[in-house]
Design a protein around this ligand. Structure first.
Ligand SMILES: [Zn+2]
Ligand SMILES: [Zn+2]
Length: 729
């Protein structure tokens, strides 16, 4: 019997198994948009052998022979060389791998196979939404560093603002799906993960990553939390809560519907938690300062109780931030929910809808039912039978670091290897060990030679290369890595225009029982604010006009009144007091204030005016022009005293260094806030408190461990002004 006949027999047997399911066997369905499950094994094999170059190479040697092509494949992947489509070979063909052909290379293989210079530049052109931006940048930096450690090559990341022409960049890194512009389409979730082109100009040297994959660090979705008591740590999936296991954020145990997760494996024991990215906490971009969604809201006369993609053609989920979009036109984009956002299928990027109906049954969690490959999936509307909308549930994901390190190998000129332990082996394999095998090192040093030995003398100046391995400077307390200011890569642009189809129903609302009870990290409220009029409770103020540390107390200003935060015994929040009783020259509404620690002068800003109090004597009001701030500065939105007679004055996205003695800003000191502080755009109420800088947006603050203004200063805490600073109950 020839291998061919064996193969046909095997296929017949396999085919016979699935054609007519017996009653007690599971029912398999054809999932719309699921390319690979529709392929027979034979079709899979033919496509695979062709795509990765085996058929063409086998063809060159003799007439087309499947056996010969299979044998080549088995050689290359270090599988038993049977020349047959056996189960080991089929499994290998279904396994995730790199898209670069094993044989014959890309058709565009031209030019040099190595770089003729050693200072290589790279540019991350866009970002996957699966991971926080910094995590992606760090993964690439580490991947490049793996290669620079063993070669004389250096790698410098160019920022988008520095890239005038993509052709000036050696290695352009891009995420894309399906056909993404180079004629080598990706294939949806799994299968082909990424590909890269060998060194050279233009697209040569570039690396592309399939964004239908779930990108992670190889161990499941990375969901940074906010608030809670775990300092922004990432969710730990799975975690246990009241004896039940959770693989995604949940609202269980809460009556307010807020999604939360445990940041350790066992909430019941450790009680560490944070809140998951959620449209109930905030939205991104849009036109209403990141305010949370209002549900239900009306759009085109319909009522929506969840984020929707209706009215948009780009698939971004949005919501109104007031009850009526048609009337108010205020909206924001809903934050990515990596823990339950589906990949692949026919609605990638949407959220699982629980419960959903499949073949008449109701499902409250992801299921493997209906699939031959046993992968977990969910419906993205409440009824799969009716809508046929679905996707794969988040799994471990693929390590962006490992896949990037592999693709960079190609971008530097390496081919695939048949050593299964090597990084340049074509199949994906997760490891936490250093990625390079001696086979990889041998390969790359064959092209570029080893890393030059450091000169013996000065250990600090051996090479002047950039250090892409350095993690970003981070304050001690583990910052949350997501900012609402970060734009989605492809970037939603305009507001939703119009569009048909009905809204999916909302997810389950968890029954309130135990569990974390509120965003506050505070101890229970022994805070007895003595107030005659509860309407004037500082805790009822949503957004303060200004906040400033004056005379060791934090002051909260709102509409002619102010409260004082006392750190000693007794009532923590004192007030309200009348601004006019203490500083009679001031208007009702302030924009910002600060006290110079040296001279104890207190600067108050309102609109284009400034007042300077020294004790009870006042200078002003004067116009901002006197300070050197021209008419383009409509207001001073915040101020940070810096010691040494200096302060920083903020106006929206800009800030200046201010000399307290001369009472003028240094003319050339203007900088952009986002260059120096990792905080959202459009912050207001910028103040200093206990030597840290606070940037407020809406009811939240971003705390920055502020070292100096020559480096990006990282956020080390995000919280509620009311709950976390004022310690409101
Ligand atoms: Zn590869
Ligand atoms: Zn590509």
């Amino acid at each position: 019997m020839s291998p061919w006949q064996l193969l046909v027999l095997a296929l017949l047997l396999l085919g016979g198994c699935s054609a007519a399911p017996r009653p007690h066997q599971p029912t398999f369905v054809v999932f719309p948009g699921d390319l690979r499950s529709n392929l027979t094994d034979m079709q899979l094999a033919e496509e695979y052998l062709y795509r990765y170059g085996y058929t063409r190479v086998a063809e060159m040697n003799s007439k087309v022979s499947l056996g010969r092509a299979l044998r080549l494949l088995q050689q290359n992947l270090a599988l038993p060389e049977t020349g047959e489509l056996d189960s080991t070979t089929l499994d290998a063909m279904r396994a995730p791998r790199c898209g670069v052909p094993d044989m014959g290379g890309f058709q565009t293989f031209e030019g040099d196979l190595k770089w003729n210079h050693h200072n290589i530049t790279y540019w991350i052109q866009n970002y996957s939404e699966d991971l926080p931006k910094q995590v992606i940048e760090d993964a690439f930096a580490r991947a490049f560093a793996a290669w620079s450690e063993v070669t004389p090559l250096t790698f410098t990341r160019l920022r988008s603002e520095d890239v005038k022409d993509a052709r000036d960049v050696d290695i352009v890194i891009r995420f894309g799906v399906k056909e993404h512009g180079d004629g080598y389409p990706f294939d949806g979730k799994d299968g082909l993960l990424a590909h890269a082109f060998p060194p050279g100009p233009g697209i040569q040297g570039d690396a592309h990553f399939d964004d239908d994959e779930l990108w992670s660090l190889g161990k499941g979705v990375v969901v940074p939390t906010r608030f809670g008591n775990a300092d922004g740590a990432a969710c730990h999936f799975p975690f246990t809560f009241q004896g039940r296991s959770y693989t995604a954020c949940t609202a269980d145990g809460r009556s307010d519907g807020q999604l939360w997760c445990s940041t350790t494996a066992d909430y019941d024991t450790d009680r560490q938690f944070g809140f998951c990215p959620s449209e109930r906490l905030y939205t991104q971009h849009g036109n209403d300062n990141g305010k949370p969604c209002v549900f239900p809201f009306t759009f085109e006369g319909r009522s929506y109780s969840a984020c929707t993609t209706d009215g948009r053609s780009d698939g971004y989920r949005w919501c109104a931030t007031t009850a009526n979009y048609d009337q108010d036109k205020l909206y924001g984009f809903c934050p990515t929910r990596a823990d339950s956002t589906v990949t692949g299928g026919n609605s990638p990027g949407e959220l699982c809808t629980f419960p959903f109906v499949f073949l008449g049954e109701e499902y409250t969690a992801c299921t493997r039912e209906g699939r031959r490959d046993g992968r977990l999936w969910c419906a993205t509307t409440s009824n799969f039978d009716r809508d046929k909308k679905w996707g794969f549930c988040p799994d471990q994901g693929y390590s962006l670091f490992l896949v990037a390190a592999h693709e960079i190998g190609h971008a530097l000129g390496l081919d695939h290897t048949s050593v299964p332990e090597a990084l340049m082996y074509p199949m994906y394999r997760f490891t936490e060990d250093p990625p390079l095998h001696e086979d990889d090192v041998k390969g790359i040093q064959h092209l570029y030679g080893p890393r030059p030995k450091p000169e013996p003398r000065p250990p600090t100046t051996t090479t002047a290369e950039p250090q892409p391995t350095d993690p970003p400077a981070i304050c001690p307390t583990g910052p949350p890595t997501v900012h609402p200011s970060e734009r989605p890569t492809a970037g939603p642009t305009g507001p939703p225009s119009a569009g048909p189809t009905g809204p999916p129903s909302a997810g389950p609302t968890g029954p309130p029982t135990a569990g974390p009870t509120g965003p506050p990290t505070a101890s229970p409220s022994t805070t007895s604010t003595v107030l005659l009029d509860p309407a004037e409770d500082a805790c009822k103020v949503n957004i303060f006009d200004a906040i400033a540390e004056i005379g060791d107390h934090l002051h909260f200003f709102k509409n002619g009144r102010y409260w004082r935060l006392s750190e000693g015994r007794g009532p923590r929040v004192q007030g309200p007091f009348l601004i006019s009783d203490t500083w009679p020259a001031l208007p009702l509404k302030l924009d910002s204030a600060f006290e110079d620690p040296l001279t104890k002068k207190v600067f108050f800003f309102s609109g284009r005016q400034v007042w300077v109090y020294t004790g009870s004597s006042v200078l002003g009001p004067r116009r901002l022009d006197k300070l050197g701030l021209g008419p383009d500065v409509a207001e001073v939105t915040g101020a940070l005293p810096r010691g040494g007679g200096k302060a920083l004055l903020f106006s929206r996205q800009r800030f200046w260094r201010f000399d307290v003695k001369t009472q003028t800003v240094e003319p050339r000191s203007v900088r952009s806030v986002d260059q120096v502080f990792g905080v959202p755009l459009d912050t207001h109420d910028i103040f200093q408190y206990r030597e840290k800088a606070y940037f407020c947006q809406d009811r939240f603050y971003w705390r920055v461990c502020f070292r100096n203004d020559n480096e990006v200063n990282q956020v080390d805490q995000v919280g509620y002004v009311n709950f976390d600073i004022l310690q409101c109950p």
